[in-house]
Ligand binder design. Structure first.
Ligand code: FAD
Ligand code: NAP
Length: 557
């Protein structure tokens, strides 16, 4: 159901951009402060990721019981997930349920994209403009635009010539896409491709998968949730979620030896890998504690997956093409699948290794590689996102001195804690670069960031501060710490979107804090307990929304 756009105010205390899980929770929390907040959302409804990614097979890879808001004990208890890893429609339904239950839609303009945000230094206000011609002033700007909300444009020449239809997983059409009897191509074998390929293969007459880099994927073992486990979680749900926040990945560590893979016998190592493979989730990555740092342990995990692939895929030549060999195990996001490798045993599925035979162009009929032309009715681009920085740049933000965020970040993003950016006062970024974001359960990272931001705003209001800005030296120190941590791991060896390597020309910078959600949360708490160490506050006249309104109405910008 599309939601009605409300009248857009001229002035507001906080503008929130985005109505995914982050934007919705920000609205909920800001209301409790008694501040006025108004949101803009490019989509016609709430849900963010789960509105846009409607491709067949889209579902979470964090268990549904954990991929849930934890702020309301009632909400935790009343919502029941039907599967261990919920589908996109069910997660979207959940987002809508939350929006209804807490009346979160009423302060949003939907179908409205923010196209500019400029900091007015004299007034300590942001001036936000939209593609609908709205202009709103606010004291605080809260970006909840999501790190995976800007799909990469298809980069392959000739698309305009294609006579068939093409779609992207990251903005899949709302109406059903007809696959029956169709010759379908999928380009891309990341998490999105790996989730949709088995289902597309079931419906299409013929499916051709164009693979540039094979990925590591483990079976999700989806199904109904184990009732005993669910009962245990529900008996203690609030505490369960609190404990999650103080884990590395924001989820319970259910299979974890706490040992190096090299410290145990080969027999024990394989038994543990087997247990993790049989369990699903990211257990294969965390069952030993050194998989992401010790090349030998990492190679052992990779070899284990290789053997699994060889065991599932009947044609040895196809199996070999599916073996990931060009990056360490887990350093690109590991995929969770349902029947992915077995899909290549189907008669109607073909794998094209485009490193062997690169795509030359898209033609009127289909896709031309260096080897042959493949005719298609439908091309599916599962080619990923301009992650983390892309959606922020699309806001066209200018800070102090009119500096563009793009220019400030031309060598890679610089952020203090992933929450704020020096020179861009009163701007908060949920899951900004150099925070844990996708390296942990994002419902947890979102709740933590939103709570930190709202507490910070509350502190400013109480103390009569009108401006917060990250200290540049603190930001530089944070960037070094984040980069040093990443360098100690194998993650920086991969050409992944984590490194910005999937977008031509993007600076090669590891985009996340890899020290774990637990350490990160403790660090943020410590910074607050030290009087917001690394932040500069400016006291001044509280330019409340009412005063801002006068300025806006007299035309001052
Ligand atoms: P989003 O959900 O991305 O919402 C941001 C919203 O901002 C969007 O609706 C967008 O339209 C809007 N927006 C952006 N720019 C503008 C603008 N300029 N003007 C107006 N509106 C704008 N994470 C997990 O932890 N577990 C998972 O299992 C998981 N699965 C995922 C599956 C897929 C297919 C994808 C793509 C991501 C997945 N993620 C997962 C990450 C997921 O993005 C987060 O879990 C979470 O949904 C992010 O919420 P958000 O509100 O921060 O951002
Ligand atoms: P992705 O991981 O970046 O994968 C994109 C795929 O497209 C890669 O195989 C890539 O190959 C290929 N590709 C990109 N550009 C190409 C080009 N020009 N020509 C040919 N191939 C090209 O993107 P994604 O699969 O959408 O996933 C992004 C992230 O979203 C995930 O890492 C995860 O965080 C989240 N997600 C989660 C789930 C889930 O299971 N819950 C599902 C979907 C997405 P190269 O590797 O060679 O670049």
């Amino acid at each position: 159901m599309d939601q009605q756009a409300r009248d857009v105010p001229l002035l507001v205390d906080v503008v929130v951009i985005g109505a995914g899980f982050a934007g919705l929770y920000a609205h909920f929390k800001l209301r409790s402060l008694g501040l006025s907040a108004f949101g803009f959302e490019a989509a016609p409804e709430v849900g963010g990721t789960w509105f846009w990614n409607r491709y067949p097979g889209a579902r979470c890879d964090v268990e549904s019981l954990d991929y849930s808001y934890s702020f309301s004990p009632d909400l935790l208890q009343e919502w029941r997930w039907s599967e261990r890893f919920a589908t996109q429609p069910e997660i979207l339904q959940y987002a809508n349920h939350v929006a209804d239950r807490f009346e979160l839609r009423r302060d949003y303009a939907f179908d409205t994209k923010v196209i500019a945000a400029n900091f007015d230094e004299a007034a300590n206000q942001w001036v936000v403009r939209t593609d609908r011609g709205d202009q709103v002033r606010c004291r605080y700007l809260l970006s909840a635009v999501g790190g995976l909300s800007l799909p990469k444009a298809p980069e392959i020449e000739g698309l305009n010539d294609f006579a068939g239809r093409w779609v992207q997983t990251g903005c899949w059409p709302r109406e059903p896409v007809d696959l029956v009897g169709k010759r379908v191509a999928v380009i891309g074998t990341g998490s999105s491709g790996i989730q949709c390929i088995p289902l597309l293969a079931q419906d299409a007459a013929h499916l051709t998968v164009f693979q540039r880099t094979p990925n590591f994927s483990v079976p999700a073992h989806n199904g109904t949730i184990d009732p005993d486990y669910e009962a245990r979680v529900r008996a203690d749900y609030v505490e369960h979620c609190k404990r999650n926040r103080y884990t590395k990945g924001g989820v319970p560590q259910r299979i974890n030896t706490g040992k190096s893979a090299m410290s145990v016998s080969e027999e024990e190592r394989l038994a543990k890998f087997e247990q993790a493979w049989g369990f699903g989730t990211f257990a294969l990555q965390s069952v030993f504690n050194d998989t992401s740092v010790n090349p030998q342990s990492n190679a052992a995990a990779a070899a284990f997956v290789h053997d699994k692939i060889r065991g599932i895929v009947k044609d040895p030549a196809i199996a070999e093409k599916l073996l990931p060999r060009t990056f360490p195990f887990g350093t690109k996001r590991m995929c969770l699948d349902t029947g992915y490798y077995a899909t290549f045993n189907r008669d109607n599925v073909e794998l094209v290794d485009i490193r062997e035979t690169p795509i030359e162009r898209i033609t009127k009929a289909g896709i031309l590689t260096t080897e042959q032309e493949y005719p298609f009715d439908l091309i599916v681009f599962a080619t990923g996102f301009d992650a983390v920085t892309g959606p922020l740049f699309a806001l066209n933000i200018t800070g102090v001195g009119g500096v563009r965020l793009q220019d400030a970040w031309k060598d890679g993003p610089q952020s203090y804690l992933g929450l704020t950016v020096s020179g861009f006062p009163n701007l908060f970024t949920v899951n900004g670069p150099s925070s844990p974001s996708v390296l942990a359960n994002m419902l947890q990272t979102i709740e933590h960031h939103v709570e930190w931001i709202v507490d910070c705003i509350a502190c400013m209001e109480t103390n009569g501060f009108v401006r917060i800005d990250a200290d540049e030296a603190a930001q530089v120190a944070w960037a070094h710490e984040v980069a040093d941590m990443a360098e100690k791991t194998l993650y920086t060896k991969a050409n992944s979107w984590y490194m910005g390597a999937n977008v031509p020309g993007k600076p090669r910078v590891f985009l996340m804090y890899i020290g774990g959600l637990d350490r990160y949360v403790e660090r943020c708490d410590k910074i607050v307990s030290e009087g917001y160490a690394g932040f500069n506050f400016t006291a001044g006249e509280t330019n409340s929304a009412a005063q801002v309104g006068v300025a806006a109405m007299t035309g001052a910008t």
